[in-house]
Structures are given as C-alpha cells and as structure tokens.
Design a protein around this ligand. Structure first.
Ligand SMILES: *Cc1c(COP(=O)(O)O)cnc(C)c1O
Length: 420
C-alpha cells in the first residue's frame, strides 16, 4: 500500500491512522475493506458516528434521490425542504412519543459546535458564567468546549492560554463506590464560602465516551437533575456519543427518566457519517437574538436528508432499541469472560457499559494497546479510551449482524489470549 504521501504531508496531529496504518477504500455495514483487499470488522465505527453502519443502503437511497433531484445542498440557514422534513421527522418520530418539547438550534456541523452553542445559551439564558463539568468528561476541543473537557492532552494544546468558565466535580464513582460524589456538589452549593460560583449549567455525559465508557448510575443522574432544579441550574446532557441509540434508547438519559433542559447530539445524528449537530432546548430558554450564534454551515442539507431517513427507518418502532439491548448483553457477557480470564492471569480487569457502548478495562493503556494491535492484525478495528487509554471499547454499528458481532468477539478473545 502506498502511504508515503500520507505520512509526508499530513500533520503529526493525526491519530487513528497510527493505530490502523492501512489505506481503506470501501466500507459496507460493519465491514471496512483496505486497499490490499483485507477486510476488517469495525468496532470503532467513527467513534460512534456510524450507528447504522457504513453506507447503509436505506439511508443512501434518500441521499441519492435528493442529489438526483437537484435539492438544495447549501443554503446557509435558510428554510429548505430538507430542513422542514428533518424537523418533522424529529418531532413525530422522536420528541412527541417521548413527551419532549424542545426547540432546535442548528449550529455548525460538529459536536464541539453544539457544545459551544449549548454552554453559551446556558450563559445567555441565566446571566451566569460558570459551567460544572465532570472528571473524565469529554465535550470537544474548541476553547469553550475544551474548558469542560478533562483530558490534559487536549487542554495542554492551547499553548498556555487558560481555558475559562468551567469547574470540575468528581463524576459518579470517581471517589470509589462508597462515595456519592453528589454529596460534595450539594455541600458546595449550600456553602457561601465554598468558592463555587453558582453555575449557569451542569454538562454531563450519561455514559462518558472518550473518558473510558463510564456509565453514571441512574439514581445518580436522577439526583443530579433534582439538585439542578432546586438551584435553578440548567442541566445539559451531552448526548453526542451516547445518544442516537447507542445505549439502547434514542436518548441515553431516557434510562434515568430525566429531562435535561438542553441536549446536544452529533456523531450518529446524520445517520450516514455526514457532519451534523443540533442543540435541543426547552422553548423558554431560547433567548438567542437573530444571528447571535453564526456559521456558514448551519444545518447541512444532505445530513438533514439522511438524518430524517435514519429516524424514520430505525425509530418508528422499538425494534432497533430491543436489538441493541440484546446485542449489548452478548458483548457484556463476552467482555466479562475476558475479564475473568485476565483475572486468572493476575491482571485486574472489568467490564462495564450500557447497551452497545461497552468497555473491557484492562487497567493500563499499554495492555489495552497490545490487545487492540493484535486484534487489528487479526481483522478487527477496535480502539481504547479512558484517562490512560486502559479501556478497550466496543462501539460497533448498532445494526451489526449477529455473525459479524460474534466473529469480532471471537477475534478479540483470540487476541487477548495471544498477548496474555
Ligand atoms: C465526540 C464528542 C464531542 C465532540 O464532537 P466533535 O464532532 O469531535 O467536535 C463532544 N462531546 C462528546 C460526548 C463526544 O463524544
């Protein structure tokens, strides 16, 4: 495979091509094909961007039809048929059946754009500046979003310019199982001398993705919502990675029965890997003045077309939801077996997650990298996350067939057994 130009011209900032140094040419469903014809099962799936698989035929047809009809591709934030249809699908298929009433802000097309917009809206709507974020949280890398992102690697890349406007609290489980970290938050809020400025908002991932696939307890999330309500703090759920069905419900917060004031979605929102993001907000919070949050690519029509098709195809009934929960149990069981196997070898390992957002934590990044490198040689694209990259994670397409799923889990098992 010819890779010289890629190595010579692309900035050192590149990441995933270091783990998977081949040139990919085609992809379908849960499978990627490299230039030499070798196939890989994709357990990374665009870090949760390809929940419906690569080039999903049902979604692709909607895109092809739209292009063939000379539909509007770029229209700034003007009204288009594609936008109207997307909003209709979102309201009919997702919001109404869940009893949710949200207005929709279409910011720029990336997740970090949505987070920037969400935290600024919280500031505009409350007149306060402080945003509470949690240890191991990941919310993107533009300056505002970065202020709420824990990982030092990203934070150091500002060249010493301090990120501002956020304070970190311990996420659920951070202090060990015996400590409810929200006791600390409540104590700070009730103490005039705690040094905590009354926050505009709390931003939280119900299952931390980049932070290591850490699920917050459902009672912890309920209590977080209650504390926010009591102190008139807005609750933002960053559902960019955990949303769009990844945990077995369309919104990850449905498991906890909570209703955030603001929600961000991106990654799998377009359903096809096209860049797309939205912010959902309670209607009363829509304090934006016209054009106050700007952008040339606000609502990318092609992504709205595929997003509407994905919602109508996969969310009009509960088939996909149930299937994600079923496959999630299969992955959990196999990961637990691997954790037990590693335990017998003297390596402390554990399994965790929700739905098809799962991890096998092997305790160190070095061990996790050995496993994922071996898996890649054997035909499985799988990545790690967490503060030390210690969690081998499953983010496979939700639509993966059972055969591919079981083959991938067999490859992972063989890889673990080959290196330990
Ligand atoms: C990926 C991610 C983001 C950032 O999205 P980008 O499109 O990479 O900017 C924000 N929050 C969460 C939870 C994410 O997983």
């Amino acid at each position: 495979m010819q890779t010289q130009i890629l190595e010579r011209m692309e900035s050192e900032v590149r990441t995933y091509s270091r783990s998977f140094p081949v040139v990919f040419t085609k992809a379908q469903g849960a499978r990627l094909t490299a230039e030499d014809g070798k196939q890989y099962i994709d357990f990374l799936a665009g870090a949760g961007t390809l929940n419906y698989g690569h080039n999903n035929p049902k979604i692709k047809q909607a895109l092809l039809d739209y292009l063939a009809s000379d539909g509007i591709v770029h229209g700034l934030d003007m009204w288009t048929e594609a936008k109207r249809d997307y909003l209709e699908a979102l309201e009919e298929v997702i919001l109404k059946p869940r009893g949710l009433d949200y207005k929709v802000h279409l910011p720029g097309p990336t997740g970090t754009n949505a987070v920037e917009a969400a935290i600024r809206l919280a500031r505009v709507a409350t007149g306060r500046h402080n945003i509470i974020s949690f240890t191991n949280g990941f919310h993107g890398v533009t300056m505002g979003a970065l202020a709420t992102t824990g990982n030092r690697k990203f934070r150091e890349a500002t060249g010493g310019i301090p990120t501002q406007g956020a304070a970190f609290l311990p996420f659920d489980g951070y202090m060990g199982e015996a400590v409810d970290t929200l006791d600390y938050f409540e104590k700070l809020l009730g103490d005039n001398s705690s040094g905590l400025d009354l926050p505009a908002a709390v931003i939280v991932e119900t299952v931390q993705g980049e932070g290591g696939i850490n699920p917050a307890g459902l009672d912890w999330l309920k209590r977080l919502e209650k504390i926010c309500r009591e102190h008139q703090i807005l609750l933002i759920v960053d559902d960019i990675q955990a949303g769009c069905g990844r945990t077995g419900k369309f919104f990850s917060f449905e498991h906890a029965g909570i209703t955030p004031d603001i929600v961000t979605n991106s990654k799998s929102l377009s359903g096809y890997g096209l860049p797309f993001a939205h912010v959902l907000m309670r209607p009363e919070l829509d304090k934006w003045k016209p054009g106050q949050y700007n952008g040339t690519f606000r609502g990318f029509s092609l992504a709205m077309v595929t997003a509407a098709a994905a919602l109508r195809t996969y969310w009009s009934d509960d088939k996909l939801e149930r299937d994600v929960q079923r496959k999630g149990r299969i992955v959990a069981e196999r990961f637990q077996q691997l954790a037990d196997y590693l335990g017998e070898k003297g390596i402390t390992a554990s399994e965790r997650g929700r739905g098809l957002m799962r991890a096998l934590d092997v305790g160190s990044g070095e061990r996790a990298d050995k496993i994922t490198a071996e898996a890649f040689q054997r035909g499985l694209v799988i990545e790690t996350s967490g503060h030390d990259g210690q969690a081998v994670k499953c983010l496979c397409p939700l639509t993966i067939g059972d055969e591919d799923l079981l083959e991938a889990l067999d490859i992972l098992e063989a890889s673990v057994k080959a290196v330990f």
